[in-house]
Design a protein around this ligand. Structure first.
Ligand code: TRP
Length: 333
């Protein structure tokens, strides 16, 4: 049986952190064995808000290296850079005929972005979901692992695909669905006691995979805590729950249990807990960091990976564009 096609993209706008690892990358690593996978760096998408050529180069290479260091295998999954596929902007142009101005203006992410002070409201921001639809439909993907904040874009992708199929009376595009991790969906909290890791702009909120031990442990030691429990088995405030949750992702079960029991007996010393957490985080990220650094230094290897991925992705994109153009009548000879 043909394997289902899974596709996901990441904008090269920031460094990968523990939340990126547990929320996305670790799932990509599992999916590469069961599905036909396309994972790419959405560099065009980053231009709408982060136009910095040098940083783009650095973050794109760093992200690919991090993916591989975390276990993605370029011979299993197709790893590529969006701008290496001219078929994506080509499909984007066509899909723009199926995207209505009103719905683009009503998109939540668009409304959020234009509210940001100093943000120029360029047409690229407005049509961001159309470019994302082109990313997905260019490989006729079945499943798209994305966070909640991207589900509306996926819904729009289905609408554009259906409108295309209806107008040209041909099932060129399947309806892509959000990939559901089921119980495996983990949301890593930030260190500042508020929400998701990486969400707030504050540097202190996230543990980045490629940062040095000192930087990471300093942040963990500064993580928000309270003045400690005063009653046995007291309910934990959110920031303490978060620390325990973080610990459960990187530490042994017995370690977590020890601190749970200390907490429940009002004997917890947050300093000790954080020291342990910092040590376990370091044990977890150290091999990823050193592998990623090795790959970043090996320019020729990363180039080869990107070229190989681009070739595979272009072959798949070409096949789709042939069908698209033939359905539209854009094939004259
Ligand atoms: N919009 C996504 C984000 O900001 C990134 C992205 C671009 C994407 N194209 C995609 C994700 C296609 C999934 C599929 O996170």
């Amino acid at each position: 049986m043909k394997k289902e096609i899974v596709l996901s993209g990441t904008r090269p706008t920031g460094k990968a952190h523990l939340g990126t690892y547990f929320g996305a990358i670790s799932n990509f690593v599992k999916l590469q064995d069961t599905h036909e996978c396309f994972f790419f760096i959405a560099d065009y998408h980053s231009l709408t808000t982060h136009p910095d050529a040098e940083l783009l180069q650095k973050l794109t290479r760093e992200t690919i290296a991090t993916y591989i260091a975390c276990g993605l295998d370029p011979d299993k999954a197709t790893l590529y850079v969006q701008s290496d596929l001219p078929q994506i902007p080509e499909l984007y142009l066509i899909l723009n005929m199926f995207a209505y101005k009103g719905e683009l203006e009503k998109t939540t992410t668009f409304k959020d972005k234009v509210r940001k002070p100093g943000q120029t409201v360029n047409a690229g921001l407005l049509t961001y979901p159309v470019l994302m639809a082109a990313d997905i439909l260019i490989h006729r993907a079945d499943k798209v692992p994305v966070g909640k904040d991207q589900e509306q874009h996926l819904e729009m992708t289905r609408n554009f695909a259906n409108r295309f199929n209806n107008v040209y009376k041909k099932e060129v595009f399947p309806e892509p669905e959000a990939f559901n991790y089921g119980n495996a969906l983990v949301k890593i909290p930030g260190l500042d006691g508020s929400g998701k890791m990486g969400k707030s702009e504050g540097e202190g909120n996230a543990v980045f995979l490629l940062d040095e031990e000192k930087v990471n442990s300093k942040k963990i030691m500064r993580a928000k805590t309270d003045s400690g429990p005063t009653e046995m088995n007291q309910e934990k405030p959110l920031e303490i729950q978060n620390l325990f949750y973080l610990m459960s992702t990187v530490s042994d079960a017995s370690t977590v249990e020890k601190f749970e029991s200390d907490y429940n007996n009002c004997a917890i010393r947050y300093g000790d807990m954080k020291k342990q957490l910092a040590a376990d985080v370091e044990a977890f990220v150290a091999p990823i960091r050193s592998k990623a650094q090795e790959l970043i230094a090996d320019e020729a290897y990363l180039n080869k990976v990107m070229k190989q991925g681009a070739e595979k992705a272009r072959a798949s994109a070409d096949a789709t564009m042939k069908e698209v153009k033939s359905a539209i009548g854009l094939s004259y000879y």
